[in-house]
Design a protein around this ligand. Structure first.
Ligand SMILES: [Zn+2]
Length: 196
């Protein structure tokens, strides 16, 4: 993996809590340039720690030691507003669910996750989708994101072993929200909702 291209964002805050999670996002924007511009725009009040474009190029916008604004209103288990306790990784994608992420994106993501899990002493279960922690309002990184590629490399973990877990099981794993939203979020993580 190349050294990240440093693209500092003003949208950051002092970190007061230890990192417990790594949240994966899809940018849902036309181009990486547009995404970087927005993530560095003070008025947009959003940011992330890392962004990986379609060529597998890695950008860093906020240091791990500081908080980026990517999670928003969110919850997992007992934790709420996960910006303070997480790192955010954006994957460039225009939001068309019929379009896969690129192999180069997965390659850079796997390398980055290996480094971050080690650096912050986290288990693969710490890697979550934005849709996992905000199931009522977010669907990224989307049904086209192939979690299995991360599972195979040991840099993420299926949240539960069952194919069709009950709501109670999903809540025990960490999901917070209405039954319908939780099931939708879990489906997304299994590549559901999109039938080619
Ligand atoms: Zn997101």
């Amino acid at each position: 993996m190349h050294k990240p291209v440093w693209k500092p964002s003003p949208n950051r805050a002092h970190r007061e809590q230890a990192i417990k999670y790594i949240i994966l996002h899809g940018t849902w924007m036309e181009s990486t340039e547009d995404a970087l511009e927005r993530l560095c725009d003070e008025k947009a009040e959003v940011s992330c720690h890392y962004l990986i474009d379609e060529r597998g190029e890695l950008f860093q916008l906020v240091k791990d030691s500081e908080v980026a604004w990517h999670a928003g209103i969110s919850a997992w288990g007992e934790d709420v507003s996960l910006n303070q306790t997480s790192l955010g990784i954006e994957l460039s994608h225009d939001g068309d669910f019929t379009k896969p992420y690129t192999e180069k994106q997965y390659k850079t993501l796997v390398s980055l996750l290996e480094i971050l899990l080690d650096a912050h002493n986290l288990q693969p279960t710490a890697v979550l989708a934005h849709s996992d922690i905000a199931p009522d309002r977010k669907n990224d990184p989307g049904p086209q994101f192939e979690w299995q590629k991360l599972y195979d490399k040991g840099v993420a973990s299926p949240l539960c072993g069952e194919m069709n877990p009950t709501i109670d099981t999903l809540k025990k794993v960490g999901y917070v929200g209405s039954d319908e939203d939780i099931l939708t979020a879990h489906h997304l993580r299994q590549g559901g909702l999109y039938q080619p």
